[in-house]
Design a protein around this ligand. Structure first.
Ligand SMILES: [Zn+2]
Length: 591
């Protein structure tokens, strides 16, 4: 028996060795396959099919690369993720245990802006073929590329999808199969694309996330501009690393590459000379989402008028530069992220609203074109024209400092009744840890009442967004049931939890319509029946009687409106529903 076991073991080892050898041979034997041709020099961007084919081919040729698929998207196709890993291991946890950093690139969230698609294929090939010694920059970094995030939009190709852009010949459409702008969908996650993205993002936990775009707006000399995470929104140690170390490195390396870069040109006035401002982006955007998990996010915005070839090459240089940084200074990044994670776990105060401080400015060098306002031959009004024969270099103001205008102190727990399963689902796919009640129980909790809010008059990305939300707090005894959810605010996802569950946050689930059923009353009264009860209430409740009389004195319209008066009394009666306008996620403190 012992002998048999030994032979069996030898046989297993030999078979495994043969399988590994066969895999190597197969990988090598497909090296001669014809490659999908990159044609960005001819103003052509790869289609969805060509892009996936290019990565499939790389995955077959190189044992250090793999094309993975995740979930699905609104068009019914899965999201792909192409991974280059020197370790030949493609399990994120195992790779991270070896001390590797993860740089993730997201392409074609706006498929009309596809320079990242072609840049990423070119860079993946150059790295894997060790062009100019590029293999070296992968010594401690794993590169994860989402070839095309908005597949539905990428399949909707036309020469007419971007009116203000210089090529490529055909480009995809901004919205996805459900007509959603995915760069507004990270908070509500209405699309399957966003939900699958969350799966990839939390699986790989990127140290840097690069989201590739093409600009709209002003004209100037630079091919590349950058929207990074805002340092003030990150924990201090990570914000400092971004502004004092990573950003200077990126700007200097890009200058050396021949594609000098500046911050995204978002002018304070009509022209860039009026000064540029950096935004703080809320969680609906890539940068706003990444920061919730301490992932520094870098949105590249290549300039719309520059030839497609230059936009591709500038994006290529940017991704390469980010990889060089993580290879050279990855430990700094890992240390800052670890410290930031620990900071967020114990963070009690979160800023929900910010205001740009226009009294604090820096000066930056800006290479623009002279602009003039001339008579329009179309409208009869004035039109703006940039004169590219008159380039200039000037110092211009740059505004990036923000003041907090609303800060929230977190409770020990948020309590969410299981009825709100769409919210629970989104928290779960974003890595939030829960406990569940094991039995029915009544707890004294803080409840918010929505005092006032505005609603967009027309849909915004498929929803009727609420803004200017004002709340008041009440302590109430609320019954909870077996299976309801307790969310501790002592976890890695704290920033996400607060931004999504505090109703006043710009991109809270409340703002995005997940709790709209609380905004409508469900019971009313018949005036002729309620009249008797109202009379009795006034007789028995002196305080109410005085407030009622006072209101009639002060408000003539009220004094002459019988229904309004009865409504006032109904609202102060025990019949009035407590759940009306009561936000159903409760705040629980343990002492
Ligand atoms: Zn874009």
């Amino acid at each position: 028996m012992k002998k048999f076991l030994t032979y069996f073991l030898y046989a297993v080892i030999a078979s495994l060795a043969l399988i590994i050898l066969a895999r190597q041979i197969v990988k090598k034997s497909v090296k001669k396959m014809p490659e999908v041709l990159l044609r960005y020099e001819d103003n052509y961007s790869l289609t969805y099919a060509e892009t996936i084919e290019a990565y499939k081919s790389l995955s077959k040729q190189h044992i250090t690369a793999k094309l993975l698929t995740y979930g699905t998207t609104d068009i019914g196709k899965p999201l792909h993720l192409f991974v280059i890993s020197k370790t030949k291991n493609f399990s994120p946890d195992a790779i991270k245990d070896k001390g590797f950093r993860v740089v993730m690139v997201n392409n074609a969230i706006h498929p009309g802006e596809p320079c990242g698609v072609d840049a990423s294929v070119k860079l993946a090939r150059d790295i894997l073929e060790n062009k100019d010694g590029l293999w070296e920059i992968m010594d401690s970094t794993v590169l994860c590329i989402i070839p095309m995030y908005n597949i539905g939009g990428a399949l909707n190709r036309s020469p007419y999808n971007r009116a203000n852009q210089n090529g490529p010949k055909d480009q995809g459409f901004r919205a996805n199969a459900k007509n959603l702008d995915l760069n507004r969908d990270y908070a509500p996650m209405t699309s399957k694309n966003a939900q699958t993205f969350a799966q990839i993002f939390h699986n790989w936990k990127p140290d840097l996330l690069i989201d590739t775009h093409t600009t709209n707006g002003a004209d100037y000399q630079y091919v590349m501009t950058l929207i990074p995470s805002h340092p003030q929104e990150l924990p201090p140690m990570l914000g400092e690393l971004l502004s004092d170390d990573l950003e200077p490195f990126l700007y200097e390396s890009m200058r050396n590459s021949g594609y000098e870069m500046i911050p995204y040109v978002s002018p304070m006035g009509q022209l860039p000379e009026s000064g540029l401002q950096q935004y703080i982006n809320s969680p609906r955007y890539t940068t706003g989402y990444g920061k919730l998990f301490n992932t520094i996010t870098l949105m590249t915005e290549a300039h719309m008028f520059k030839p497609f070839k230059d936009r591709v090459l500038a994006t290529y240089e940017f991704i390469k530069t980010a990889l060089v940084y993580t290879n050279m200074h990855g430990k700094r990044l890992t240390d800052a992220r670890l410290e930031a994670d620990n900071f967020v776990k114990h963070q009690k105060d979160f800023v929900l609203h910010w205001q740009l401080d226009s009294t604090m400015k820096e000066e930056i060098e800006f290479k623009g074109y002279e602009a003039e306002f001339i008579d329009s031959k179309v409208t009869g009004g004035m039109r703006l024209r940039y004169d590219r024969s008159k380039p200039f270099t000037k110092q211009i103001p740059y505004f990036k400092h923000y003041t907090p205008t609303l800060t929230i102190n977190t409770p020990d727990y948020y309590v969410i009744p299981q009825a709100w399963h769409e919210v629970i689902h989104r928290l779960a796919i974003n890595g939030v840890q829960f406990e569940r009640f094991e039995q029915d129980t009544t707890l004294s909790v803080e409840a918010y009442y929505i005092d006032s809010y505005n609603t967009y008059p027309r849909p915004y990305n498929g929803k009727y967004l609420h803004t200017n939300i004002e709340v008041r707090k009440e302590v109430q005894d609320i019954p909870f049931y077996k299976g309801d959810y307790l969310v501790s605010t002592n976890q890695l996802a704290n920033h996400y939890i607060v931004e999504m569950l505090e109703p006043q946050a710009y991109d809270s689930f409340f703002a995005w319509n997940f709790f709209d059923s609380i905004l409508q009353r469900k019971e009313y009264f018949s005036p002729y029946v309620f009249e008797d009860f109202a009379e009795q209430m006034l007789a028995e409740n002196k305080d109410l009687r005085e407030r009622f009389e006072q209101k009639k004195k002060e408000d003539k319209e009220f004094a002459s409106d019988a229904y309004a008066q009865l409504s006032f009394l109904y609202e102060h009666s025990p019949y009035f529903e407590k759940s009306y306008l009561r936000y159903p996620v409760y705040r629980l403190n343990c002492n």
